[in-house]
Structures are given as structure tokens and as C-alpha cells.
Design a protein around this ligand. Sequence first.
Ligand code: FES
Ligand code: FE2
Length: 404
Amino acid sequence: MRIQSTSEIPYEVYVNPAIYDREMEELFQGPVWHFLGFESALTQEHNYFTTEIAGLPIVVVKDHGTIRAFVNRCIHRGSLLCIAQTGRISEFSCVYHGWTYDLTGQLTGVAFERGIQGQGGMPEDFNKSEQHLRSLTVQNYHGVIFASFDAQIPDFETYVGPDIAAGIRRVLPRRPVLLGRTSQLIHSNWKIYVENNRDSYHASILHSFFTTFKLNRLTQSGGIVINAAGGSHISFSKRKQEVDDATYDAEQLRANKDDFGLKDPRALRFIDEFGDQISLQILTLFPLTVFHQINNSLCVRQVIPRGVDQVEVVWWYYGFEDDSAELQEARLMQINLVGPAGYISMEDGAVGGFVQRNSSYAEGAVGLLKMGGYDHLSSPSRVTEAAIRGFWKQYCDHLGETIV
Ligand code: FES
Ligand SMILES: [Fe+2]
């Protein structure tokens, strides 16, 4: 199967298990950076948390100030090492047969290594010092921990490029702290979900809440920024005029045609906390990470492929330690806008399933990505599919145009 053009994508890419296997091996475990979590979860020495990358269990631990990440898999028979979501340990100890590792991942102990009374035990040629947990390259970027399976990968900022890096720093002016997480299972291939996040064309059409309450219209000033590699992007828009609590009157909480209203306007507040009037920033990182700012809702979406036709999205809502009570309330209220049942984002899960259902028996058919032309360049217009074409460009750079 061949991807001939970034503007014509065969539906087969969403259903073919051989393609999924290649993605798991070569893309996700290749030279790409993945989101793991927040540094603020590791306040004390020897704190750890567990997470995953594309279904591979990962443990992240702090040791003498250094943050390390390992595949959470005992080298003996493959059991999980750390089972809880968070904890504090002085060494890794496997529940299954009791093998132990220090916090650098080095194997330190094998139960009954020398057998009992000269019987059994490990053979002479087994050398603990040669055994190590599989470790990842880790970078702490402004309080967010990223990792890669590739030891040679360029540093995070070089990987994403200066514009995307600036967009991330914009929503990380201080160290982020987790407010809470939600998770949802979407019945589509992971690529349909990450394409959707790069699809600024659909937002004001599919999400009637956006237009009903004037949160995002394509006439608002904004734009699309796409990095040189193609696969990471920012879509942003500005509020026309600063809208704060004082100017929010009942009028603005009514749709033009329909008589929909919100009983509680706090879900729509926008406090211009970054001082640039940008009220919406969707930022994708190739391949599996999304940062969003929707009003004052700040979140990292961790995209976890769960087989060829399912994807889990974990929404890591965050704020900052020094948030005022007002900001914290705004963030918590605005969680209603996003996540699995969000006023805005619930439709994205549904349409992903619609596309997936039509991908199975679509022999030879392609989806069209021609809105805005054929390039994958930054533009002041959001009526474009350039960022999705950029995703496919980088995808093909990693896997080749002939996928299987
Ligand atoms: S699987 Fe871990 S000690 Fe056996
Ligand atoms: Fe959407």
C-alpha cells in the first residue's frame, strides 16, 4: 500500500494490522518524543509514577535529582515492576520471583541466584552486571517530562522547532501541577484522532457549542503554525475583544437563532492569563501528544493507540501552584468544555468512529485533504488542512511512502 500524496490518504492506513505493527515498532519506538507526565508528580527523591507509551508500560522515577524512565518490565519473565500509579521506592522489586534493580535500572538481586545447598540456581555465565532495564532518553521541558526510545534523538526543542517550542512555553510559564485526569476510549484508529486535532476546518462546523457561544469562529484572527518537519502544529485564535466577567451579559450567553442558554456562565469565562488575548491554542506534537488551551482550560492529551481500531485519550488537566482561586475555579469549570463528555470535544470521538466504520471496505478509496491547497505551510487562515498534510509528510518520512 502506497501513500501517493499527502492530500490523498488511502483508508487502508486506518485498518491494516500490518501498518499498525510497523507503527508500533518503527514509529513509536523510533526517533520521536513522547509525553510521560509532569515533573511535579516527583516532588521527593525516589518518587515514581507509571504511565505508558502506545501501550508499552513505562515507569518514571527520580533518583538523586535525575529523572529516569524505563520500560516497566522485569527482564526475567516480563512482569510489571511497579504496579501502583504513584509511589516511593528505594529499588525496583519484582513481585513475581523477587528480582531487584537499583534506580539506574541495573539488576542487583536474583532470588536463589546460587540455588539451595548447591542445587539449582542460575548458571555461571549469568552476569547480573550485564542486565539492565530497558531505559529511555528523558528530557524535562519546563516541568513536562518527555521521553524517546531513541538514544540519538535531537533534544526536544530541536525536534519540535522554535515556533512550536515557543507555543509550548507559552502555556508553561511556570511549573505545571496536575488538577486531574479523565480518559476516554474512541472507536477509531489513532491517526484519525490525531488528524482531527490538526483539523482546524471542522471546529466551527462540527462543534456547534463553539459557534453558539461565540468561542471560536473562523472569522476570528488567528492562524496555523506548522513546523519544518510537518507533523507538529499550532492552531490559535484570539478573542475579538477582551471578554471578562464584567462584560459577560445575558445577551452573549444566547445563541443567535436558537434559544439555547447556559445557566452558569462560568464555563465560558476567559481570563487573559498569558496577556496575548489568545483564547484558543491547539498544539500537536508528532506523533501522539496534544497540548490545548481552551479559554483557561489547560491540558495535555496523551494519545494511546489500543489496536488498529481503538485509541484511548488521557486528558491531563493542569494548572500552576500559584493559581489564584479565580483561575483555579475557571480551570475546573472549563473541564466541562473538554474531555470525554465535553460540550466541545465529545463530537470528535463520534466522528472518529464514523470515519473508522467507513474505512474497512473502502478498497482503493482515499480521503481528500485539499482544503487550502497542497502544501503543509503555516498560514494566517484556519480554513486549511495543511497541518494534516504536514502530519502525513512526517509520517512518510518515518515509515516511507510504501507502508506495507
Ligand atoms: S518476572 Fe520478575 S522476577 Fe520473574
Ligand atoms: Fe474537534
